[in-house]
Design a protein around this ligand. Structure first.
Ligand SMILES: NC(=O)c1ccc[n+]([C@@H]2O[C@H](COP(=O)([O-])OP(=O)(O)OC[C@H]3O[C@@H](n4cnc5c(N)ncnc54)[C@H](O)[C@@H]3O)[C@@H](O)[C@H]2O)c1
Ligand SMILES: O=C(O)[C@H](O)COP(=O)(O)O
Length: 543
């Protein structure tokens, strides 16, 4: 059973879908933080949140169960992405579900600010008929600056055009042509638009570039009497600068839906003349909440039940078809990683993975992650998976490069892993898939062979002389170890040189049995390596 925790208010339609999902159970626990949040997260496979909960690195300490967090909404700034990746947790969002509602809210704020809706209403509530006091301004014919011409910025711009406003836009990722098609005059910098705008609205994420985008120096440039709207993220306007701009009269109005610290119930801005504020309500409509809740539940259940990754903000997308088509080679990559650790138990300093043939055209990043998982499995308390493996490897300074070669060689597809210890000991192994899903080792350090890549492997190198296989077989028999499969390989075509043998054993041989093999005259080395059976594979490889 996959367990899901819902950490914020989620529309009933989403909860109904969770309730109906087979193989999924859920709990709603709102308002968690600190140790309570950390403990709760460690008991669930997936989490759904909005902006009300903060997932910090501490929230994920010791995580071994949580695999995904889905944000029912756009902004994932309340989720620590590097910490999530490190903890093997994929973070996804629902970017489009609340676009229109948020754009409408920005427009609503702009109009409410222009027509003093909030204080006029308050006046009536308090018994005053203040018609003169609340003289407003018309937006038609005025100029609106829009910073950030993504989903919401563009939706605001098109609505503002319908209100007969002129639009100046700034977004480094928007072309002049596209802006012109939409009736937006694109400017080269925010500073450039400031002297010309009557209204400014921002629709960017909060980043190092957008933090304090409007501060005191920008207020120097801005047209006197300008009105500012922020329904994106607190901190894009410097709150102290807004207060000073209002006090000096440079700003005629400020409308905010978002704040530097949320929840925010105590700000010097609240109650100032010309200010209208809402408590982060941009996405709070029935339509938006239904849409993001349904989408979030779909994303989470598709991931937990089918391994599909969509709208991820910390890893590449992975659809169920790609996963299914790659599963055999992900398995081989993972097993080669495990084999590498077995062959170099004292540690690996660097590795190279080469995908050959048909597989080279597929998602080699995923294969690299699977190989990394094999290298690191069992090393950490928490599960190593496709999300965190490469980052954990980098953290440890282990170099891993990936190559693709379209030429097939002896197999339609194969994966070659070369790895080296810090002492300079090197190995090279090649794996492939027989049929649909049978992983095989087809070369080891230059010896060609065909060995199973699962269970208990007895690997020995020896002189290619008669009697070796019999000798090793006898020792296994004497020690009660059954041989399931056997593969031998020569370096070249001629007998008499160096060779390798791999026996797949039904049980691990005792230390005495292994020592007896090592003592055979022509044997130069022997070791036992355990690779996983099908039911011992990590969860992300099963399915
Ligand atoms: N108030 C709310 O309830 C609410 C609801 C939804 C979204 N939001 C917030 O609104 C913001 C925009 O959301 P969206 O869905 O339109 O995102 P989006 O990704 O579609 O658009 C963001 C745009 O900002 C632009 N941008 C990035 N850095 C920039 C910079 N330095 N200068 C100018 N432009 C820059 C990008 O090119 C992009 O076009 C986000 O911060 C989101 O979290 C708030
Ligand atoms: O980024 C978002 O989607 C908005 O800020 C909405 O946040 P909410 O889901 O907490 O209303």
């Amino acid at each position: 059973m996959q367990r899901v925790i819902v950490l914020d208010n989620l529309a009933q339609e989403g909860l109904d879908l969770l309730a109906a999902a087979e193989g999924v159970e859920y709990e709603v626990r709102i308002g968690l933080k600190g140790d309570e949040l950390r403990e709760a997260l460690s008991q669930f496979d997936g989490a759904i949140c909005r902006s009300g909960v903060k997932i910090t690195p501490e929230s994920l300490v010791g995580n071994s169960r949580l695999k995904a967090i889905v944000r029912a909404g756009v902004g994932t700034d309340n989720i620590d992405k590097p910490a999530s990746t490190r903890a093997g947790v994929v973070v996804m969002n629902t970017p489009a579900g609340n676009t229109l509602s948020t754009a409408e809210h920005a427009i609503a704020l702009m109009l409410a600010m222009s027509r003093n809706v909030a204080p006029a209403n308050q006046g009536l509530v308090e018994g005053r008929w203040d018609r003169k006091k609340y003289m407003g301004t018309q937006v038609a014919g005025k100029t609106l600056g829009v910073v950030g011409l993504g989903r919401i910025g563009l939706a605001v711009a098109t609505r503002a055009k319908a209100l007969e406003m002129n639009i100046l836009g700034y977004d480094p990722f928007m072309s002049q042509e596209r802006a012109a098609d939409l009736g937006i005059e694109l400017v080269a910098t925010v500073d450039e638009m400031l002297p010309d705008i009557d209204y400014l609205t921002v629709h960017t994420p909060l980043t190092d570039e957008t933090r304090n985008l409007i501060d005191l120096p920008q207020l120097e440039r801005i047209k006197p009497g300008a009105r500012l709207v922020n329904a994106a993220r607190g901190g894009i306007y410097n709150e102290q600068a807004l207060i000073e701009g209002l006090k000096s009269g440079k700003l005629a109005g400020v409308a905010l839906d978002v704040y530097v610290d949320e929840p925010c119930t105590d700000s010097p801005l609240f109650g100032m003349e010309g200010v209208v504020c809402t408590p982060h309500l941009g996405a709070s409509t029935e339509e938006a909440q239904t849409q993001v809740a349904v989408e979030a539940v779909g994303l989470l259940t598709d991931f937990l039940l089918n391994g599909q990754i969509k709208n991820a903000v910390n890893v590449a997308a992975l659809d169920a078809k790609t996963l299914a088509s790659l599963r055999g080679y992900l398995d081989v990559a993972y097993r080669l990683g495990r084999l590498a650790v077995g062959l170099l138990p004292s540690g690996i300093a660097s590795c190279r993975l080469t995908a050959r043939g048909e597989i080279s055209g597929k998602d080699t990043k995923l294969l690299t992650s699977a190989f990394s998982c094999g290298l690191l499995d069992g090393v950490f308390e928490e599960e190593v998976n496709l999300i965190n493996a490469q980052m954990l490897l980098e953290d440890r300074g282990i170099k891993l490069t990936t190559e693709s070669q379209s030429g097939m060689g002896a197999f339609r597809s194969s994966l070659t892993a070369e790895f080296e210890s810090s002492q300079g000991v090197m190995h090279k192994v090649v794996g492939t898939v027989f049929g649909e899903s049978m992983p095989r080792l087809v070369a080891l350090d230059g010896y060609r062979l065909e060995a199973y890549l699962d269970g208990c492997l007895l690997i020995f190198t020896h002189q290619d002389v008669p009697g070796i296989i019999g000798g090793v077989g006898n020792i296994c028999g004497e020690h009660g170890v059954n041989i399931a499969q056997m593969a031998v390989g020569r370096a070249g075509d001629h007998p008499g040189g160096e060779a390798v043998g791999i026996l797949n054993l039904d049980a691990a041989p005792s230390a005495e049995a292994l020592e007896a093999v090592r003592q055979l005259p022509a044997i130069s080395s022997a070791q036992v390596i355990h690779l996983p059976e099908a039911d011992e594979l990590p969860s992300w490889l099963q399915g």
